[in-house]
Ligand binder design. Structure first.
Ligand code: NAD
Length: 510
């Protein structure tokens, strides 16, 4: 077993490039006295840049800039905004190779996977290009004699978008595109682990015609986030990240009277019924468990084997897992890259060690894989006979670890999933339509796949889990996002004859 690599110190970090904030369309290094954080390439363990971290003063400057820019942006015609979205799409298409390379260099995922997240982010740009349709209001003519009522959607003002490391382009595109299409200005606070994709997006939005000050990028940690949550100039907060932080963001934002949606962590179960095609199920489980090294909120982390399929299923997953190629995401042959940090690697190793101690069968041990260099690599891990109560089952691991839980019946599988605190995604593999239909009805999870292991909804629907996977009631992107980033105003209107006017102190009825 190899030891977890240490994070490599750099002899002179000041010689490395500094990634600055983006305020009013310009790169902004912050203050001289400002704090800096290291950015690493997870495939090599080498520091590649230093990141300027914002303090409350810088956040305040960004919010003032955004508020001023938003006053003009909200009056910009919908047709013009729509054209900008089409241009943005074209720019992102043309430069997607550059963006994917930035993602891989700081996140570690393989290039094809980075390209895939750009495609899924572009789906929301497509949806937003139809913003005129999504922003049009409602009208009821003649609700009473001469009285008409209509509802319009207006932007909120300045909104904060706080994003996780695992989708440095897609999750920002879920949020910022809709918020801006709806007429808001944005302060994007990306993950400090892989911040360059956010800076790239800011440039792409600017090049597409989004005015300076409408999309600002503020880098930072808790200090920057807290300054955003407490700032009276911020009307709403969109967050995606881990459950403890999502809960914190939700309550602190709500205390400040802000609209908030906070998406949290996950533990996604994939049920394999006795009638399922086991080769297809094994392919799906391996793809969904180990893709992006398991660092996806929709990764399958638990396979629930129903009835007598377990032995065969475990064997099929084992052979596939052991034949995966793990390596630097820039190598065309790599199917799985490293974890995000040395700490994440240590944490995942700890879970695998703990699982063995708690009585799980370690069928494939990712710690046994050997890698050259200092990257944060671990191989795919397969655990069998995992049970609730083991840490490896109860916690979100966020690594390439697939646990198999054996149950006797469909009912037991549903009971297991519904008892879990997380409820982001789930899937069932079966060839029986009745069972699939029952599962769809019975399961208490926000996104469900029927023979689809990662059921991330297409852009015309919205994305969100239930229970501890989402705090708030509005999902991301799609139609619900236009609800989140607008407030509705209802106008009741009449053009009366002056001669019909009279005083009436009764409550108005129609
Ligand atoms: P994280 O919660 O550590 O960080 C998310 C964001 O919160 C980052 O911008 C970070 O800077 C900020 N943050 C971190 N600690 C903070 C604190 N104490 N106070 C204020 N802000 C803080 O999450 P991560 O490790 O970047 O991302 C992985 C997590 O995100 C996983 O739990 C994964 O399941 C979840 N995730 C969920 C979804 C979803 O749609 N539900 C999607 C992607 C990722």
């Amino acid at each position: 077993m190899t030891q977890a690599p240490a994070t490599s110190p750099v002899s002179d970090p000041t010689a490395l490039p500094t990634i600055g904030h983006v305020i009013a369309g310009e790169s902004d290094a912050g203050t001289d006295a400002g704090r800096l954080a290291p950015v690493y390439n997870p495939a090599t363990g080498q520091q590649t840049a230093q990141l300027a971290l914002a303090d409350a003063q810088l956040v305040d400057r960004a919010v003032s800039t955004a508020a001023e820019a938003q006053r003009a942006w909200c009056s910009t015609g919908l047709a013009k905004r729509s054209q900008i979205m089409f241009t943005l799409r074209q720019i992102l298409q043309e430069r997607r190779g550059e963006l994917a390379a930035l993602i891989t260099a700081e996140h570690g995922k393989v290039l094809s996977d980075a390209d895939g997240e750009i495609t899924r982010g572009l789906e929301n740009v497509d949806f937003c290009a139809g913003l005129m349709h999504h922003l049009k209001g409602e009208y009821a003519e003649q609700v009473a004699g001469g009285l008409d009522v209509h509802q319009v959607r207006q932007p909120l003002g300045v909104v904060a978008c706080i994003t996780p490391f695992n989708f440095p382009a897609m999750v920002p595109l879920w949020m910022i595109t809709t918020a801006i299409a709806a007429g808001n200005a944005v302060i994007l606070k990306p993950s400090e682990r892989d911040p360059s994709a956010a800076v790239f997006l800011a440039q792409a939005f600017k090049d597409a015609g989004v005015p300076d000050g409408i999309l600002n990028v503020v880098h930072g940690d808790k200090a920057a986030v807290d300054a955003l949550l407490d700032h009276q100039g911020i009307s709403a907060v969109s967050f995606v990240g881990s459950t403890p932080i999502a809960k914190y963001i939700y309550s602190r934002s709500a205390e400040q009277g802000k609209r908030v949606q906070a998406l949290g962590g996950a533990k996604n179960h994939m049920v394999v019924m006795p009638d399922a095609d086991l080769d297809s199920a094994a392919d799906a489980a391996v793809s969904a468990a180990y893709g992006s090294a398991g660092e996806r909120c929709m990764a399958v982390s638990v396979a629930v084997a129903v009835g007598d399929v377990a032995d065969e299923l475990v064997e099929k997953i084992r052979s596939r897992a052991q034949s995966l190629t793990v390596g630097d995401g820039t190598d065309a042959g790599s199917e799985m890259g490293p974890l995000i940090t040395a700490e994440a690697l240590q944490r995942v190793r700890g879970y695998v060690a703990g699982a063995a101690e708690e009585g799980a069968d370690v069928v494939v041990d990712g710690r046994d894989w050997s890698f050259e260099g200092e990257g944060y690599f671990i191989g795919p891990t397969l655990l069998d006979r995992v049970k609730p109560g083991m840490s490896v089952y109860d916690d979100e691991i966020f690594g390439p670890v697939l646990s198999v839980v054996r149950v006797e019946t469909y009912d037991e599988a549903v009971e297991l999933i519904n008892a879990n605190r997380y409820a982001n995604g789930t899937a069932i593999f079966t060839r029986d339509g009745k069972t699939a239909r029952e599962f769809e009805f019975d399961i208490e999870v926000g996104m469900v796949g029927i023979n689809v292991p990662i059921p991330v909804p297409v852009g015309a629907f919205s994305f969100g889990g239930w229970k501890d996977s989402l705090f708030g009631d509005t999902h991301m992107y799609g139609p619900e996002a236009f609800n989140f980033y607008t407030r509705r105003k209802v106008v009741t209107r009449r053009w009366p004859e002056p001669s019909e006017s009279q005083v009436s102190l009764g409550f108005p009825t129609h």
